[in-house]
Design a protein around this ligand. Structure first.
Ligand code: ATP
Ligand code: MG
Length: 466
């Protein structure tokens, strides 16, 4: 499909483009005009100001490599949008007219991923650049859809213009060429970004029907980027929100995770609430927002996550889910203890009960269970400050996360602040100070009894978590 006549000499291209740029600068100064190429407006660097230096090393290597091999290649989507908004992109995606096999042949460390949507991951050290071949949207009449019009397959290759049209918002459909520093704009996305407007490409109703997740994306991106949702884009959401219930749970879960870990979880959730998108079809949000006791704790956990992301600290979905469900676990734990069960047995039963009950609604994958349970099981141990117990707790690999969790409990008023300050001091104290701080071990006789127990029988001070 790609013959050698299409291959261009990269050195010649770059000298040529530099010459053209110089000429432009000399003739037009800062106000270089927008060219029209086919259906695209081509916006020069002099107008948009995004320099090649803003592109990651890996993405530049990918576009340079593909272009040198004779293909078209552009940085596309969220990264171009974020650079125009003066934000640091999360990652860089590349779109090209090369097929996945052709991309793979150009790079040493590349692998094709996905069965339905074949993409190529090109690796450069720590960085992975996702490369997708231009695709086209398939008309709803021709496409395979579910009973509600949701498109199940849109995996046909296309050209750049078609690839722009299948994207969701005008701001997400810009292509940046690092070699020429030009932006290709088919849907007025540049003007929309400058006006701070998030606008659906095409007829919003049709686009939401094709993929209802776009409603959540509209809310998430507008909250995260501080963009207004264009009225025509926002209007159908209210009447179409029920369509979200047909979206597979795993996809909804991924979108929720993006929302919760966007660094802007609080504004996102407020906006979802304001647009009444949090009800019914998003059970995870119902749990987050409608548990009466836990709301303060959950809000603190979300603020804390936003803060950690702003400080570029690690965040873990398991920590967040453990926080979202903590008050349910607490309630179940208390009920079981009130009914006469021993604390530890009651805690295990409570955790299983809450996880089972939520599994059907929340679609939290089982892979997070182990860590969530560890975090929960460690909580009662912070209150045991006698004997060797605090030292054993401190030595656990997940102590730090459990400690952060406990601080949230202090902050929300669930436990005394004094507990948090005690642990803050204890973990940084030297051995002498620690010995002074330890409370008298009231569990002495119990401990001797425990020693004679069979190995494997759980006791309060030796919760089976490590
Ligand atoms: P973020 O900064 O959160 O990553 P993003 O816009 O880059 O935002 P991605 O999920 O990484 O979001 O998607 C990359 C690009 O793919 C988008 O910019 C958009 O062009 C396109 N895209 C993603 N999801 C959809 C969708 N549901 N419908 C149409 N286009 C989409
Ligand atoms: Mg992205």
């Amino acid at each position: 499909m790609y013959n050698s006549a299409r291959r261009r000499d990269p050195a010649a291209i770059s000298t040529f483009s530099t010459m053209i740029k110089r000429l432009f600068k000399r003739v037009f100064g800062k106000s270089a005009p927008v060219r029209v190429v086919g259906a695209a407006h081509v916006i020069p660097y002099e107008k948009h100001g995004v320099s090649r230096d803003g592109i990651s090393h890996g993405a530049k290597r990918v576009t340079d490599g593909l272009q040198a091999a004779g293909f078209q290649a552009f940085v596309v989507g969220g990264a171009v949008r974020d650079l125009l908004l003066d934000r640091q992109p999360k990652d860089f995606d590349v779109a090209t007219d090369a097929t996945p096999e052709e991309v793979k042949r150009v790079f040493r460390r590349a692998r094709i991923i996905g069965r339905r949507f074949r993409l190529v991951h090109v690796m450069f050290g720590e960085e992975t650049v996702e490369v997708s071949t231009f695709r086209r949207a398939i008309d709803a009449e021709d496409a395979e859809t579910d009973a509600h019009g949701r498109i199940l397959r849109d995996n046909e290759f296309g050209d750049q213009q078609q690839d722009a049209a299948r994207r969701d918002f005008t701001a997400n459909a810009l292509f940046y060429d690092p070699a020429t520093q030009e932006i290709f704009d088919y849907h007025n996305g540049y003007a929309d970004i400058r006006a701070n407007v998030l606008r659906m490409i095409g007829d919003p109703e049709v686009r939401y029907r094709e993929d209802p997740v776009r409603m959540l994306r509209a809310v998430r991106l507008s909250a995260k980027l501080g963009m207004k949702i264009d009225p025509a884009t926002a209007a159908p959401i209210f009447k179409m929100k029920e369509l979200l219930s047909n979206v597979p749970e795993a996809r909804l879960f991924d979108e929720m995770l993006k929302l919760l870990l966007s660094g802007h979880a609080m504004p996102c959730i407020k906006k979802l609430r304001a647009m009444d998108l949090h009800h019914g079809m998003l059970p995870m949000l119902d749990v987050i927002l409608e548990q009466p006791m836990g709301e303060k704790f959950v809000m603190l956990a979300l603020e804390n996550t936003d803060q950690r992301i702003a400080e570029e600290k690690a965040t873990s979905p398991a920590f967040l889910f453990a926080a979202l469900l903590w008050h349910e676990v607490l309630a179940a734990w208390k009920a079981k203890q009130d009914a006469g069960e021993k604390p530890i047995g009651a805690m295990h039963a409570a955790m299983d009960e809450v996880l089972d009950r939520q599994r059907a609604q929340l679609a939290i994958p089982r892979r997070y269970d182990t860590v969530m349970k560890e975090l929960w099981l460690m909580q009662p141990r912070f209150e045991q400050r006698g004997g060797q117990r605090p030292l054993r707790l401190l030595a656990l690999p997940r102590f730090r996360a459990a400690y952060d969790f406990m601080l949230l409990r202090c902050e929300s008023g669930e436990v005394e602040t004094e507990l948090g300050t005690w642990w803050e001091e204890f973990q940084h104290a030297n051995d002498d100070r620690r010995a002074e701080m330890l409370l008298p071990d009231t569990g002495g006789p119990k401990k001797r009894r425990r020693r004679s127990k069979k190995p494997g029988s759980a006791t309060q001070s030796e919760l089976p978590i490590d």
